[in-house]
Design a protein around this ligand. Structure first.
Ligand code: ZN
Length: 245
């Protein structure tokens, strides 16, 4: 299939020579790919602004002999980039999401339709302001990592396995992967962050995409946990286990 079509979200772009650009794309059917868009930086490019970060397009691609594919056509599906570029808060959230997708998905990982839909949905919610930037970004980060197998344990203590009301789940440990009760907290010490009941509700609703129960105000305990969770698990060797098999 030297020429094929697919839909994609633009994750990242880099200059190539005088007028071209390399675009990193998360596609619906072919996973993450890198492709050259020729002449895209010329004033009258046939691609217009369709190959900017955060855009969602239907593309025609040519698979040549090189590792890089070539974009031959781009039709806009959703111009998330325009509202996002006009608002710094939206831009920061969208950049974080696309950077996470780029780091999380290997070039040769094959089709990632669930991740594609998650990212496209999060960018749509952000661009339409259906969700606050922190809600869209934190929910995306938690769900993207959960899809890769890093799902925080929220209903029971990661040390003793007991839940409420038997135990008071008032702490969260990123390295241990979830909630810690106030009794076991002493044993794991510095690895724990306090998490209020409201914070636990927020974390659960962000992970589930349960907007009916998600607070409208950002919870700073939750923000710190999601930030640490994302950094901690993005630094793990994500695909090394597969290479060993
Ligand atoms: Zn416990």
């Amino acid at each position: 299939m030297p020429v094929y079509s697919d839909e994609a979200v633009v994750l990242r772009t880099a200059r190539l020579g005088e007028a071209d650009r390399i675009v990193t794309l998360l596609t619906l059917a072919h996973g993450k790919i890198r492709a050259v868009a020729k002449g895209v930086r010329k004033p009258r490019s046939r691609f217009g602004a369709r190959l900017e970060p955060f855009m969602r397009c239907r593309l025609q691609l040519f698979q040549g002999r090189s590792a890089l594919q070539i974009v031959t056509q781009a039709v806009e599906i959703s111009a998330y980039a325009r509202p996002i570029a006009q608002d710094y808060g939206l831009f920061v959230a969208a950049s974080l999401m696309c950077e996470t997708a780029d780091k999380l998905i290997a070039d040769d990982s094959g089709a990632q339709p669930a991740h594609y839909r998650l990212l496209a949905g999060a960018l749509a919610a952000l661009a339409s302001r259906r969700l606050a930037p922190w809600q869209a970004a934190q929910s995306y980060e938690l769900r993207a990592l959960a899809q890769e197998g890093w799902r925080p344990r929220l209903a029971t203590c990661v040390v003793c396995g007991k839940g409420e009301p038997e135990r008071d789940l008032a702490f969260f440990s990123v390295p241990l992967g979830g909630m810690v009760c106030s009794i076991d907290r002493a044993g794991v010490g510095a690895q724990c962050r306090p998490l209020s009941h409201e914070g636990a509700v927020a974390l659960r609703s962000l992970l589930m995409g349960d907007w009916a129960h998600c607070p409208v105000r950002e919870n700073h305990q939750v923000t710190a946990i999601v930030e640490e969770w994302t950094q901690y698990y993005l630094e793990r060797p994500l695909h090394s286990a597969g290479l060993l098999g």
